[in-house]
Design a protein around this ligand. Sequence first.
Ligand code: FAD
Length: 419
Amino acid sequence: MWPVNSLDFDIAIVGAGPAGTAACLALEGSGLSIALIDKDGFPRDKICGDALSPDVVSQLNKLPLDTGPLFDQMQEKIWCRAVRFVAPNFKHVDLQLTKNSITGYVSKRWDFDHYMFEQAVKSSNVKAITGQKVNDVSVHASHAEVQLEDGTKIKAAMVLGGDGANSVVKRKLQGEEIDRNHHCAGLRVYYENVHGFSDDNAVELHFYKDLLPGYFWVFPLPGNHANVGLGMHSAHIAKRKPNLKKMLAEIIEQHPNVAPRFKDAKPLETVKGFGLPLGSKKRKISGERYLLLGDAASLINPLSGEGIGNAIRSGRVAAEYLVEAFKANSFTASANRAYDREIYHRMWKELQLNYWLQRVMRNPTLCNFVVERAIASPSVQKMVLSGFDVDNIKSQLRKPSFYWHLLRQNNGHKKSQAL
Ligand SMILES: Cc1cc2nc3c(=O)[nH]c(=O)nc-3n(C[C@H](O)[C@H](O)[C@H](O)COP(=O)(O)OP(=O)(O)OC[C@H]3O[C@@H](n4cnc5c(N)ncnc54)[C@H](O)[C@@H]3O)c2cc1C
C-alpha cells in the first residue's frame, strides 16, 4: 500500500514509546499510512520508575481495540493500590490509588513498552522501522522529511515527535534548549530482595530533608524486584552540583528509614540516569507539518515525575486532531495550534496544581505540614493524589471549598504513623 498520495507515508511517527504507539493505536481504522520509527528494537529498556497510575490504565482502555481491554492482557505487571508519601520527619501517608475499581500497576518498561509496540504494529496501516536512529527532520512546502542514520529519507505529510526527552524532532524543528527550571534528572537502579513493602504494594516517594528539592523512590516489581531511584530538579543540580549517585548510595546504605530494608538486597544493574522534561510551563508543541507528543512536548507531572499517562493522552489527542487535519488537507503551523490548545485544555490545570505542590514539597517544613494534613484530611489526600488521578482533581479544582479546606483543616489529626 506504499507509497500513498505520492508521499511515502501520510504520517511519520518518530519514537515508539507510549506516546508514539498510542498515536498509532488511536489512528487504527483511519486509513492513514504510518511509519513508526524507533532507534531501538523492542523489547528495550527505558529508564523510568515503571509506575503505571490508574490514569495510565484508563488511557489504555480508551484506545480503540477490538480485542477488549488492552491492559488486562498484559502479564508482566504487579498491582499497586496505594502511593506512600514519606515526609522529612519520617511520617507517612498512604493514599489509596484505586478508583472505580481501576488500580495502579508497576511494570518494567521492557515489558510494558514491548506490549504497546506489539499492539501498535498489528495494524496493516503501520510500518515499523526499528533499530534506526532519526538523524534529521526537515519541513518543506509539500511534505516533511525524516532522515534515518543509514541515509534513508522518509517523506510524510505530517511528522509526530514521540521521541522523548531528547527529541530530535523538537531539536531540529524548534531548536529549543532544555529549560532547567522546568526539568528534572532521575537515577534508576533495579534491585532484588528489598523488604518492607506495604500490603497494598504502595509505590513510595520519600522526601527527606537532605534530598530536597529531590526525592527518593522505591517501587515494588514482579519477581521480588524493586525499582529504586532518585529524582532532583535540574536547576538545583546546576547550582549546587550534588553527586546524585553518591546520594542514592548513601540513602540505600545508611538512611535510618531506608537502609534496614536493603540489608539483604542486591542491585541488578549499575545506576542509570535520564532527564524528565516537566509540564510546569506551557510550550509551543506544534508547527508547520509537525506535532510533539509526550516527553517531547514536556508533559510530565511536575510533582510525581509521571509522564506515561499524559504521553498516551497526547497520542490520542494527536490522532483525533490528525483525522480532521487530513480531511481538511491542512498542515500549517497556524492550523496545528489547535493541537496545542487541546493538549493544554485537557492537561494544564492538573500540571499547574502539581507544579504548585512540587514547590511546596521542596520545603521541609511545608512538606511535613502537607503530609500531616493529608494524614488527617480526605480533601488534602485528594489533592496530593491528584498527581496520580487526573479525573478526580478536575472536579476538586472546580470547588472553592477545596482550597478553603486545605488551608483550614488544622485540628483532629489522626495519629500519624512512622515507617
Ligand atoms: C528516572 C525516571 C523515572 C520515571 N518514572 C516514571 C514513572 O514511574 N511513571 C511514569 O508514568 N513516568 C515516569 N517517568 C516519565 C516517563 O518515563 C516518560 O514520561 C514516558 O516514557 C514518556 O513517553 P514518550 O513516549 O513520550 O517517550 P519515551 O518513552 O522516552 O519514548 C521515546 C522513544 O523514542 C525513541 N527515540 C528517541 N530518540 C530517537 C531518535 N533520534 N530516532 C528514533 N527514535 C528515537 C526512543 O528509543 C524511545 O523508544 C520517569 C522518567 C524518568 C527519567
